[in-house]
Structures are given as C-alpha cells and as structure tokens.
Design a protein around this ligand. Structure first.
Ligand SMILES: *[C@@H]1O[C@H](CO)[C@@H](O)[C@H](O)[C@H]1NC(C)=O
Ligand SMILES: *[C@@H]1O[C@H](CO)[C@@H](O)[C@H](O)[C@H]1NC(C)=O
Length: 188
C-alpha cells in the first residue's frame, strides 16, 4: 500500500511537471533577437526613379474599373469608383523603354469634393538587384496636384523593413496618364 501511494505520488508529480513544461512551451512563441542574427547591417537610403503607365483604354488596358462611381457627385470626383491596376513601370516616359517592374493594386476615388484617390498598391520590381523585391504603398493621391506624396508602409526582399515615401508627378495625360515616380526608401 505504501509503495502504491509512492508510485501514485510519483505519477502525480510527473504529471504536474509535464503540465508546467507545456505551459512554458506555449509561452515561448516570442523572443528577443539581435538585428545581426537576421543579417541586418547598416540601414541605407535608396532613391528610385521610374515612370508609371496607367493604361485605362485601348486593346490592352492595364487598369480596369471594377466599380462605378455613385450617381450623385459622379461628375465632380468620380466618388466611389474603384480600379484595379497592373501598370508597367519603365525607366523613361516611353512605354517601350526598359521595364523595371509593375504597380499592382487598387485605387479608389474616396473624396466627394475633388479628384482624389486612395492608393493601395505594391511596386513589384523585376530588374537588376531589385528583381523579386517589392515596396508597399498606401496613400492619398490628389491627382491634379503637381506633387503627390504617398507613404511606403513596408517591403519585401531587399526592401524588408522598408520605410519612406514616394512622390508622384504627372508627366503627361494623353492618351493615358504617365506619372513620374521618385521613391525614397530606407531599408537594410
Ligand atoms: C456632393 O458634393 C457636395 C460638395 O461638393 C456635397 O456637399 C454634397 O453633400 C454631395 N452630395 C452627395 C449626395 O454626396
Ligand atoms: C528575375 O527573377 C526571375 C525569377 O527568379 C527570373 O526568372 C528573371 O529572369 C529575373 N529577371 C531579371 C531581369 O533578372
């Protein structure tokens, strides 16, 4: 009987210990890490310059409207219109110049009073050392302002941990909008 009690106690203690271990396991999903352990060295600033082609018409549009503006106020600001784009980015304003990537995402007319867009998109690079890396942008684009500034909210590949901003300047309107972009990104 004494031996049975001892065995029972041993099992009981073993169970308690394993429960305690399970508890500390479940608490170990986070921890501190030195930036060096991830291979992060000195933060650097990169400037990118390219042209964005918002091809909304013709045989091969790269920007398509997926929701129409609301009837009221539509003539003023196209409030409610939503467009999905996969726009080419080139090194000069010429569409046939070298392709450096694409702007993939959505823009929506979100102002009732002026032509202004909510821009939510990724700059997906396909050239040189940036091939396979991307920058994510979320910002306001008042399309008739001479310079529109949009924040970079993050990035991938060489642009992991990116922060910064993009400046957009309309280069031409006809037959579709060509917009010059200057992008300033801090990253490692
Ligand atoms: C249309 O726009 C004006 C401002 O330009 C605003 O005062 C009005 O409320 C808007 N109407 C609707 C139905 O959204
Ligand atoms: C970019 O990367 C892809 C996938 O790794 C590769 O197929 C392509 O040839 C690369 N393009 C350039 C211009 O380096």
């Amino acid at each position: 009987m004494a031996q049975f009690t001892l065995t029972f106690q041993t099992i009981f203690i073993a169970c308690c210990l394993s429960l305690a271990t399970a508890k500390s396991d479940s608490g170990s999903f986070s921890g501190n890490l030195s930036p060096k352990a991830l291979g992060l060295k000195k933060e650097k600033l990169t400037h990118l310059h390219f042209y964005f082609h918002d091809i909304v018409a013709g045989p091969r549009p790269t920007a398509v409207r997926v929701a129409e503006p609301t009837a009221a106020n539509s003539s003023l600001s196209l409030f409610g219109a939503v467009t999905v784009m996969d726009n080419p980015l080139t090194i000069t304003p010429k569409l046939r110049s070298k392709l450096v990537g694409r702007a993939q995402g959505i823009y929506a007319s979100d102002s009732q009073n002026e032509p202004s867009l909510l821009m939510v998109f990724n700059l997906v690079f396909t050239a040189g050392k940036f091939n396979g890396s991307s920058l994510s942008i979320l910002g306001r684009n008042a399309v008739f302002s001479s310079v529109r500034e949009m924040p970079i909210v993050g990035g991938s590949g060489v642009f992991r941990f990116a922060r910064g901003y993009a400046e957009a300047r309309t280069y031409s309107f006809d037959p579709y909008a060509i917009v010059g972009y200057d992008v300033y990104a801090f990253h490692y």
